[in-house]
Design a protein around this ligand. Structure first.
Ligand code: GLU
Length: 502
């Protein structure tokens, strides 16, 4: 079998959508599984839609996610350059070839003329399409004489594909099976624009051919372009790669494609990293900054539209590579489920080494002007880890371990703090002070002993002890907290609470 070569070919028109990340991931898994190559190509021939910084955003996203490419922008390779705007000259000869072989033609219609045509059709309640039925009535090298064409060659023009008539175009899709469409329904797409750059369609086909791409794995939104692409391969006399059009990622309720607006509305990111549009200033949040681990994002995305055929959901990159199969990609669109993403993230946080997590959390604490020694942070991680769904939950879940409470939850105070509470807490404080060497289990047993021998309400006393140490009715096991804080700090906090609340 020839070597598998796939590509991810984003256009730098904004931040990389999470659906694009999934497309890249499937390409990556497929390449790795088949010991092939995965290429990163930037398709930037549409200069109107170009957005500053988008390309850097794309490469940084993959760096964070741990998806690596074998060839591509910033990496080079046998078929460099991998950015289409740097391949301008390459496309010229191919457009020429299509014109000479009669598969394409020059069109001189101005924007105003096209608009007028559209209006004319609209007034008759019809849709204008530049196609086999209209092309001979337009201003192009099919309708004009050779002389007229020559005389117009220094004016702006485009090159259009001459879609053949009466053809049934067949696309063999690895996910959808056979897709058929009649060529008569298709328009004569622009292949080359007056700015001297090819359109997506031409550049994409020429590059896929020259870069020896064997499989085109891309989003379903490109399926309508596939018939033209198949015809372009025929026009060039090239063998087409195999196609696999991936199902869409839908909004959580299943009503339409997942968009940035859904993310904003429902409070979850739809982009891998934070992004600020340099032109509009509009801000979009990212998975990284929202406290997701890249391995969780990848695992979650892998299962949106593909299933491994087992019940195991937690799959490492190596397992994903081993299990991946295009056959198991679903035809139907996948609903986005942020709760599931959080679940995966929780699982991956649990798997992660405490020391590694402590290094991440140290930065968060420093940002809050809290300086704590790394081993102590690691100890805190062990205490609160199971409560973390997002890495960014850490400060909220652990702050009281590092900072003495300034305030106490008034609801809890009202419900639990009784007149005799200070007396009992003072006794408990004494008990804790007298344990030498200090030990949390001994402290637990001694305090429990005090409660039972005085026939006190365990819940109420424990709640007040927690309130003194934490400031609220939350946190991990109380004596784990006592152990973390140590004898002195625990006793100081009890005194402080007694003074402030009595
Ligand atoms: N440049 C296209 C995009 O932005 C690539 C589509 C394809 O993979 O053919 O998604």
């Amino acid at each position: 079998m020839e070597k598998v070569r796939v590509r991810f070919a984003p256009s730098p028109t904004g931040p990389l959508h999470i659906g694009g990340v999934r497309t890249a991931l499937y390409n990556y898994l497929f390449a790795k599984q088949n010991h092939g190559a995965c290429i990163l190509r930037i398709e930037d021939t549409d200069r109107h839609r170009f957005v500053e910084g988008a390309e850097e955003y794309i490469t940084e996203s993959f760096k964070w996610l741990g998806i690596t490419f074998d060839e591509g922008v910033h990496l080079g390779g046998k078929f460099a350059p991998y950015k289409q705007s740097e391949r301008k000259e390459i496309y010229q000869q191919y457009i020429q070839q299509l014109i000479e072989s009669g598969w394409a033609y020059y069109a001189f219609d101005t924007a105003e003329e096209l608009e007028a045509k559209r209006k004319e059709y609209e007034s008759e309640k019809k849709n204008f399409q530049y196609d086999m039925t209209t092309r001979y009535g337009m201003t192009n090298s099919l309708s004009l004489s050779e002389e007229e064409v020559k005389s117009r060659m220094d004016m702006p023009y485009v090159v259009r594909f001459k879609m053949p008539e009466d053809r049934e175009i067949v696309i063999q899709d690895l996910i959808r099976g056979e897709v058929r469409i009649l060529s008569n329904l298709l328009d004569d797409k622009v292949l080359y624009k007056s700015d001297g750059l090819p359109t997506y369609h031409l550049a994409n086909i020429v590059d896929d051919h020259l870069m020896e791409i064997t499989h085109v794995i891309r989003g379903e939104e490109w399926l309508p372009s596939a018939p033209l692409h198949v015809m372009l391969y025929e026009a060039f006399g090239w063998q087409a790669p195999q196609f696999a059009h991936l199902p869409l990622l839908l909004k959580p309720d299943g009503n339409g494609k997942l968009s940035k607006r859904d993310g904003d509305r429902l409070g979850f990111p739809v982009f891998p990293l934070d992004w600020q549009n340099p032109e509009t200033g509009e801000f979009s949040k990212g998975y990284r900054e929202n406290g997701y681990l890249p391995e969780a994002v990848l695992n979650f995305l892998a299962l949106l539209g593909w299933n491994p055929g087992t019940t195991e959901e937690l799959l490492s990159m190596d397992e994903l590579i081993a299990l991946f199969s295009i056959k198991r990609i679903s035809k139907s669109d996948a609903k986005f489920d942020i709760e599931k993403a959080r679940w995966f993230n929780h699982q991956y946080i649990q798997k992660k080494d405490n020391h590694e997590l402590a290094l991440i959390f140290e930065k968060m604490l420093v940002a809050l002007s809290i300086q704590v020694a790394l081993p102590k942070i690691e100890q805190a991680v062990a205490l609160v880890k199971e409560r973390l769904h997002l890495l960014t939950d850490f400060p909220e879940q652990s702050l009281f371990l590092f900072v003495t409470p300034e305030e106490y939850d008034t609801q809890v105070v009202k419900k639990k703090w009784k007149e005799d509470t200070p007396i009992h807490l003072t006794e408990i404080q004494k008990i804790i002070t007298n344990i030498t060497p200090f030990d949390k289990t001994v402290a637990h047993d001694a305090v429990m002993n005090y409660i039972t021998s005085n026939e006190l309400n365990t819940g109420q006393i424990m709640n007040c002890l927690r309130l003194s140490l934490v400031g609220a009715a939350k946190g991990p096991d109380l004596f784990e907290i006592v152990g973390f804080l140590g004898k002195e700090e625990s006793c100081n906090r009890i005194s402080r609470a007694i003074t402030l609340l009595s």
